[in-house]
Ligand binder design. Structure first.
Ligand SMILES: [Zn+2]
Ligand SMILES: [Zn+2]
Ligand SMILES: [Zn+2]
Length: 230
């Protein structure tokens, strides 16, 4: 079904349900719903508030948030909280389900549907005698666009948690090279980034061992991405 048709039906149901339950400030709430349906997926309440005011409606963020929470309660919207802690809302269309790929670099959210994954989840649940009702699948990584823009070789302090990398060179003076060698790091080693907090200290895994590197040292390690699935 085309998005426009779905959105018209959503609006009709919204009008019926909200009128029946005598929800207050109905006209204004309907305006918020219309802008929400016309908006990109995954907006925050304050982003939607800005859109509402751009459209010439003098409504507060508080009112917009309250309305969007009502829409969630009636099943027109759905709240998601991804890794950055912000609550984002998206359309909830009956009978439609999708999962998310989230770029940790540019925060882009890509939606996908994969019947095999859906089926396997039910199968896994059933094998535990578990009746699955719903699920969320969020895959974190680096989107194609960010990968393209990114240099092939980067310094370790710019790497992301979960990245698998190969050490291609040590920069810096002989002192830091010696320190890296004494930690057991060699050019050609494959490592995984465990944490990289605020671009400072980096914890990596090498052969099932954790190594902690300060930012200064991490900057001196040149690495290249080992791409998955290629
Ligand atoms: Zn799914
Ligand atoms: Zn990206
Ligand atoms: Zn979505």
């Amino acid at each position: 079904m085309a998005a426009q048709t779905i959105h018209r039906q959503e609006k009709e149901q919204f009008i019926k349900l909200f009128e029946k339950d005598r929800i207050d400030r109905f006209e204004e709430r309907l305006a918020v719903l219309e802008l929400f349906l016309a908006s990109e997926h995954h907006v925050t309440a304050s982003e939607l508030g800005a859109l509402v005011r751009q459209a010439g409606r003098d409504l507060s963020d508080g009112f917009v948030l309250e309305t969007i929470e009502l829409m969630c309660r009636y099943g027109f919207a759905q709240a998601n909280q991804f890794d950055d802690g912000q609550v984002r809302y998206e359309h909830r269309h009956l009978g439609q389900h999708h999962d998310h790929l989230i770029c940790t670099k540019c925060q882009r959210i890509i939606e996908f549907q994969e019947a095999d994954i859906e089926r396997l989840q039910l199968k896994v649940a059933a094998s535990y005698g578990f009746h699955m009702l719903q699920h969320k699948m969020e895959l974190y990584g680096i989107c194609g666009q960010c990968l393209e823009q990114r240099e092939q070789i980067l310094s370790l302090d710019a790497a992301r948690p979960g990245e698998r990398l190969k050490i291609v060179a040590f920069g810096g003076g002989s002192q830091s090279k010696l320190r890296l060698l004494s930690m057991g790091l060699r050019v050609g080693d494959e490592i995984e980034v465990i944490t990289n907090i605020h671009q400072g200290q980096v914890v990596i895994a090498l052969d099932f061992k954790r190594l902690v590197l300060g930012k200064g040292l991490a900057q001196k390690i040149r690495v290249e991405t080992i791409r998955s699935g290629r």
